[in-house]
Ligand binder design. Structure first.
Ligand code: GH3
Ligand code: MG
Ligand code: MG
Ligand code: MG
Length: 317
């Protein structure tokens, strides 16, 4: 880029620098049996700040993909002794879809049909050698950009817009596997459903915007109190939250939820003239016997109903 004394040029440079810095988090695997060709490609990618891994055979490439699940882009040569790039592409595609791993094929072959074969096998792009560096960089850049867009879409699809917590879809998507692995290990597991008390009244009294602020404050407190690596928290909808408590039997889970209930009762949202507080009711059910995931949630919901009936601001299990 030529920097002229104008803002647009400076913006362009900043954007280019940002793009290159973003490459630092992208792991790329270069596969080529010829060391000099592999090194040339790897150096080119390192210049672009990518984290580069190298493999000299297809078999080695498959092992590396297994050992480094963070590899998101594979640039592979076609002509290699034990497994050619086409076969490697097919094998990668059996385990990794193109929304997770992008593949770019490269070859000096004179077979003009090779690019189509590669693309049919699941490669995302293909370049013939000798390639123009600028063109290869652009093609790599596009694939990296696609990955980042997919990441953003995935994040948006699985998180709750208001609170930033997991959404219902994420909860139901991830939940069953977490429950299954818990039960397989013979560990206890419990399901809790939390619902803010008289939230409609709060909305009616103070307005929806204040209601939203309270929801966010409650979500933040829950996130701060829960270790999300152990327990899965999600906003299921409205003022309802689901919590999958792994490793906790029903008694431990009830005690834990009692602590959560206290935490929520301490949340304050500052208004002009007062501090607003809320309470929540929690239903807790034991997760046992390989049942449908939603059955566990229904069980927690039934206990939640009882918690409400017996006066709210309490845990019922
Ligand atoms: P209970 O103690 O029995 O749970 O009573 P409640 O008023 O909390 O329960 P109800 O289900 O009758 O009302 C829930 C209210 O939550 C109704 C709805 O307007 C409000 N709500 C749902 N989603 C949102 C949201 O995203 N923002 C705000 N501000 N309010 C919401
Ligand atoms: Mg070769
Ligand atoms: Mg409620
Ligand atoms: Mg509700």
């Amino acid at each position: 880029y030529v920097i002229k004394n104008n803002e647009r040029a400076i913006d362009m440079v900043i954007a280019a620098v940002d793009r290159i810095l973003a490459n630092r988090s992208v792991r790329v695997l270069v596969v080529d049996d010829v060391p000099s060709a592999r090194k040339m490609l790897a150096d080119l990618l390192r210049l672009q700040q990518f984290q580069v891994f190298e493999a000299s055979t297809g078999t080695e490439a498959m092992t590396m993909l297994e050992q480094h699940p963070g590899i998101e882009l594979v640039v592979t040569d076609y002509n290699m002794p034990d497994m050619d790039g086409y076969e490697l592409t097919r094998r990668i595609r059996r385990v990794h879809t193109s929304d997770r791993v992008r593949i770019i094929g490269i070859s000096s072959s004179s077979d003009r049909l090779l690019s189509a074969s590669f693309l049919k096998a699941g490669a995302n792009d293909f370049v013939y050698r000798p390639f123009v560096v600028e063109e290869l960089q652009c093609r790599i850049g596009h694939n990296v950009e696609t990955l980042s867009q997919i990441r953003q879409l995935r994040l948006a699809a699985f998180s709750d817009y208001l609170t930033g917590l997991r959404n219902r879809r994420h909860f139901f998507d991830e939940g069953p596997a977490i429950v299954a692995s818990c039960l397989d290990r013979g560990e206890a597991c419990s399901m809790a459903m939390l619902d803010i008390d008289h939230f409609k009244r709060l909305n009616d009294t103070y307005g929806h915007e204040i209601g939203d602020r309270v929801l966010k404050a409650v979500a933040t407190r829950l996130r701060e109190t829960l270790d999300d690596t152990d327990h899965m928290l999600a906003r299921l909808g409205g003022e309802e939250f689901g919590i999958l408590l792994t490793g906790l039997d029903i008694q431990q889970a009830s005690d834990f939820c009692e602590m959560l209930r206290h935490q929520i009762a301490e949340v304050r949202v500052a208004l002009d003239d007062a501090d607003l507080g809320v309470t929540a009711s929690i239903g807790v059910a034991q997760v046992e016997g390989h049942e449908n995931f939603s059955n566990y949630l229904n069980a927690a919901d039934q206990f939640l109903y009882l918690a409400k009936r017996y006066g709210r601001n309490r845990v019922y299990s």
